[in-house]
Design a protein. Structure first.
Length: 219
């Protein structure tokens, strides 16, 4: 298969598997999504979705959030990990949103990246999922799949994002990155990987990845 054919196969397979695409993190608006994505760093969506209702019951907007102390925020979010850094970030970005943006979350990635504890991936998720602006956030699942499928060299997420944006049509970025996340979790995980279930990698995967897989399965 040519690369164009592999790209087309990937897109059609993902669209067939995930015609309706659930958003992994529970939220109701751009602000709660921003907080949820920040909390998800080095944690799981399942754990974050258990904690955000507790936090948002106390404060689901920046004005109420800064009424809490950093210590109070930290105590609520402690189970998601990295709570000292995340609590300072949540308080700090909430204060800035009030002071600079009238309590609204900006739609510009560059402005979002200026907020405390908000990196490029978090900003990309927010603009794509909250505002429908084309972006291609790369998490560990997408990074792994892009390498397994031979679409990137796998050296870093920055290069993976560039390669994804170059290969896939901009009009489907927002859906595709979510489809890839779900596919990575369900069919092509880092651990407990079963190539027989991983229909895309089995069909188009790079030879080194497939060879390494079969070596590990030899009796």
């Amino acid at each position: 298969m040519t690369k164009a054919e592999r790209v087309a196969f990937t897109i059609s397979t993902l669209q067939e598997l995930y015609p309706v695409i659930p958003v992994p993190l529970d939220h109701k608006d751009p602000y709660t999504l921003l907080i949820a994505v920040l909390l998800s760093a080095q944690s799981t969506d399942v754990r974050v979705n258990k904690i955000t209702p507790l936090l948002f019951k106390e404060a689901d907007n920046p004005y109420d959030m800064i009424k809490l102390s950093v210590e109070e925020i930290r105590e609520i979010i402690r189970p998601v990990g990295l709570s000292p850094m995340k609590s300072k970030g949540i308080y700090g970005l909430s204060k800035i949103l009030i002071e600079k943006y009238d309590g609204h979350v900006p739609k510009d990635i560059a402005l979002l990246e200026e907020l405390p504890s908000v990196g490029h991936k978090t900003a990309s998720v927010v603009v794509s999922q909250a505002f429908g602006i084309p972006a291609f956030p790369v998490d560990t699942h997408i990074h792994r799949l892009m390498y397994r499928w031979g679409f990137t060299n796998g050296k870093n997420v920055v290069q993976t994002e560039k390669d994804a944006k170059r290969l896939f049509p901009k009009a489907i970025w927002n859906d595709l990155h979510l489809q890839m996340i779900w596919y990575g979790r369900e069919y092509s995980p880092a651990r407990g990987w079963d190539l027989e279930k991983d229909i895309i990698t089995k069909k188009i995967g790079r030879k080194t990845v497939l060879n390494d897989y079969y070596k590990t399965k030899k009796p």
